[in-house]
Structures are given as structure tokens and as C-alpha cells.
Design a protein around this ligand. Structure first.
Ligand SMILES: Nc1ncnc2c1ncn2[C@@H]1O[C@H](COP(=O)(O)OP(=O)(O)OP(=O)(O)O)[C@@H](O)[C@H]1O
Length: 219
């Protein structure tokens, strides 16, 4: 589904942050991305979300070479990828429901076409009682689940999550992991970037370890 081959990335004229990165992400797979702080995990997620272009190497996504994709086709492709950012990026003046449905509203969809789907999704992530509250009232774990619900709105083929358990206690981390595993059982590929070894130890999944700009993979 996703193939990286000898990918390198530098910001401006700076040093290469990622070097000769080669890996595949098969459909319906589950993996962790880890490595020391500053190793380039967020940068690799940005490449996967097509918000950065590599400075060298080949990236194929959904059978297309991303170097030859016209800019106007990127939004369509991004809809097949869900992403949960480290800082959630929820809008504080919109309710949980409005935050999750915003991408659909922006695209001009009529509310009656998505309302029940959004509510069902919010119930699925355990926010059935928090539909009409504003993000400042939500706990860290609830914000995280709202951000996950928003990332899942378009039924992506892969979900990318950056430090999803960074701001929650261990029981909530287990609950979030349960959500990711359930999603994966339903067929969505999942990639979780994390420093949390306790979290990784709970799942027998592939570990992609970045250090010094290079990637090693332990299956
Ligand atoms: N926009 C940018 N311009 C220049 N350098 C950047 C930029 N973004 C990140 N970097 C540098 O790239 C390197 C990798 O950063 P990145 O945020 O990808 O690491 P990370 O592994 O996600 O770190 P953390 O675990 O602390 O979040 C760091 O040295 C960082 O300073």
C-alpha cells in the first residue's frame, strides 16, 4: 500500500534528517514507529501524510509515485490517510460533533448526509456523552479520542497517530490502544509513533526504529 525506497529528507540547506529510508506498509498492518526524541518520527509522519516531499528517493502510495502526482490530486489522496496530530488540532470554539464533522462541512456536504455517521463514530470512540461540549472541557484522553474520530471520518485506509498516549494516564493509554487494535481488526492499517515502551510491549507488532536518520525494522 505504501512503499518508501532510499528516501532522504533535509529541511532547507540543513543536514539530512532522514537517510536512505526503505520500508513497506502493507494494507491492514499494525506497526509502531519509535526512536529517540528528535530522530525524525514527526518528519516521517509528514512524508506519509504528503505534507512534505522527500529530497531524494521514491515514495509510492496506493500504487502511485508521489513525485508525479499533481498538487490538485493531493487532497483526494490525503482522504485515504487519517492523521492524529500530537497537539490534536481541535478548534476550541466548535463542539466535539462540529470538530469531527468539520472536514465534511468544508467540502460542502449536507448535514443530513453525515449526522448519524458522526454520532455513531463518536459513540464508537466512547464520546457519546460528550458530543455537544467544547474541547476546553474535554480531558486529554477525550480530546485524543475526538481527534481519532475526526481522522476516521473519511474511513481512511491507514491511520497515523503521533504520540497518541503522550498526554494520558496508563489506563487511558490501554483504552486508546484497544481502539487502534479494533480499528486494525476491521481492516485499517495503523502506524503509531511513540516513545512509550509500556504501550509497545502490549502488542506483538512490528517496530520501526529511527535513530540517527536511519530506520531499522524489527518484526
Ligand atoms: N521545519 C523544520 N525546519 C528545520 N528543522 C526541522 C523542522 N522540523 C523538524 N526539524 C528538525 O528535524 C529533526 C527531527 O525532528 P522531528 O520533529 O521529526 O523528530 P521527532 O522524532 O518527531 O521528535 P520528538 O520525538 O521529540 O517529537 C530535529 O532535529 C528537528 O530540529
Amino acid at each position: 500500500m505504501i512503499h518508501f525506497e532510499n528516501v532522504g529528507l533535509r529541511y532547507g540547506l540543513g543536514p539530512e534528517i532522514l537517510r536512505d529510508i526503505t520500508f513497506d506498509i502493507p494494507a491492514s498492518s499494525f506497526q509502531f514507529l519509535t526512536g529517540p526524541s528528535g530522530a525524525g518520527k514527526t518528519t516521517l509522519l509528514k512524508l506519509l501524510f504528503l505534507s512534505l516531499k522527500p529530497t531524494r528517493g521514491l515514495i509510492r502510495m496506493f500504487d502511485r509515485d508521489i513525485a508525479s502526482i499533481p498538487r490538485e490530486d493531493l487532497p483526494m489522496l490525503r482522504r485515504r490517510i487519517g492523521i492524529v496530530f500530537q497537539d490534536f488540532q481541535l478548534l476550541d470554539h466548535l463542539t466535539t460533533y462540529e470538530n469531527v464533522s468539520l472536514p465534511l462541512r468544508v467540502r460542502g456536504k449536507e448535514e443530513h448526509t453525515y449526522r448519524s455517521d458522526v454520532i455513531e463514530l463518536l459513540k464508537w470512540v466512547g464520546l457519546g456523552q460528550r458530543i455537544n461540549v467544547l474541547p476546553p472541557v474535554l480531558s486529554g484522553g477525550e480530546k485524543q479520542r475526538a481527534a481519532i474520530a475526526r481522522a476516521l471520518m473519511d474511513q481512511p485506509e491507514i491511520l497515523l497517530a503521533d504520540e497518541p498516549t503522550g498526554n494520558v494516564d496508563p489506563p487511558m493509554a490501554r483504552r486508546l490502544l484497544g481502539l487502534f487494535r479494533e480499528l486494525n481488526r476491521q481492516g485499517t492499517a495503523v502506524l503509531i509513533a511513540t516513545h512509550d515502551f509500556a504501550l509497545m510491549d502490549q502488542v506483538d507488532a512490528r517496530r520501526m526504529i529511527l535513530s540517527d536518520g536511519r530506520l531499522e525494522i524489527y518484526s
